[in-house]
Design a protein around this ligand. Structure first.
Ligand code: PLP
Length: 330
């Protein structure tokens, strides 16, 4: 039997053993609802707040700026719709890019039907936006800029700090989808002038179905789903405490050696790329080699259909993808 090679960590990761161990007590003995006022509930709410503290620290935010959600998709929806609707009185223009995840693209599309006007920035051949182009597209009606930190397919990293600075100087809220960036890159919402940021747990060895949204304290946003008053009345629904505890543990482990892991993964990627580009005909790298997530390789092999290649690799127990997993069921 072949040894399985899983090379699709942008789609999802396994859950680390120590993360599972951390979660287990909150599935059986510590099962209280974190909104309940007796001690079983308090135990859960203490765990919830401890997790919030860990997650806030990991991006240099304040605890009260962290909202738990069901993952990256919900965080993007809540940020974009929540900020846009709360600030509509100031303007109806939103700027994003053509290469965002569907969670962003479909959110702005939904807002178009409510009267918002969306500008989709082009990217160059390496997947980078042009800051001058962004500057030129800003109008006095622009209330939100949503640009992903790093792309999920070609791994291109945008100049988030420059975008943040521009948005801040123009008094525009800046949201970034950092779902793919978080596992590899340092994030500092203060230094990078980020007003809102989405993270998902299952990309960094945590459980699926849990994520967080950071929103800077002075940014107005409203909830998008009706129900209870959890998460400071911004996200209705009983918090998934076991998953949140696991998510925080995964982030804690990640932050212990993020730089080192990123460096190691980068050197493996460069070794692989050097060899495949040198030793194989008709291979082209898609995207930017420099401004790229360490763990990302996206190549074209001319003359071979991606679906055929995937099948051949699957038969050898090598798991790779030919695009975002979210689009594969279309
Ligand atoms: N944003 C990006 C850039 C992603 O890669 C993904 C997941 O693939 C998401 C958002 C959605 O996250 P989730 O699967 O947690 O809903």
């Amino acid at each position: 039997m072949n040894k399985k090679v899983y090379a699709d960590h942008s789609a999802t990761t396994y859950v680390k053993k120590s993360v599972i161990e951390e979660m287990l007590p909150y599935l059986d003995v510590k099962y209280g609802n974190s909104s309940s006022n007796y001690s079983l509930g308090k135990e859960s709410s203490i765990a919830l707040e401890k997790a919030r503290k860990i997650l806030a620290k990991s991006i240099n935010a304040k605890e009260e700026e962290i909202y738990f959600t069901s993952g990256g998709t919900e965080s993007d929806n809540l940020a974009i719709k929540g900020i846009a609707r709360a600030n509509k009185y100031k303007g109806n223009h939103i700027i994003t890019t053509k290469i965002e995840h569907l969670a962003v693209l479909e959110s702005v599309k939904a807002l178009e039907k409510e009267g918002f006007v969306i500008t989709y920035l082009d990217v160059d051949k390496n997947g980078r936006i042009d800051i001058k182009d962004l500057k030129n597209k800003i109008t006095d009606k622009t209330i939100l800029i949503s640009i992903m930190y790093a792309n999920n397919e070609i791994g291109t990293i945008q100049d988030i700090e420059k975008i943040g600075e521009l948005a801040k100087n123009r008094g525009i809220a800046f949201h970034t989808d950092a779902v793919q960036a978080m596992p590899f890159l340092k994030i500092d919402v203060e230094k990078q002038n980020i007003d809102s940021l989405s993270i998902s747990s299952h990309k960094l060895y945590g459980p699926k179905g849990i994520g967080m949204l950071y929103v800077r304290k002075n940014i107005n946003f409203i909830r998008i789903q009706d129900g209870g008053h959890q998460e400071k009345n911004k996200r209705a629904g009983t918090e998934n405490v076991p998953a949140i505890v696991g998510f925080a543990k995964a982030v804690e482990l990640l932050e212990e050696n993020k730089d080192e892991v990123s460096k190691n993964v980068l050197s493996l990627r460069e070794y692989f790329l050097d060899r495949i580009l040198k030793e194989t005909d008709n291979v082209v790298l898609n995207g930017d080699r420099e401004n790229r997530l360490p763990g990302n390789i996206n190549i074209q092999i001319k003359g071979i259909l991606a679906s055929d290649m995937l099948l051949k690799l699957d038969l050898k127990d090598i798991y790779v993808s030919a695009g975002s997993a979210c689009n594969s069921k279309l």
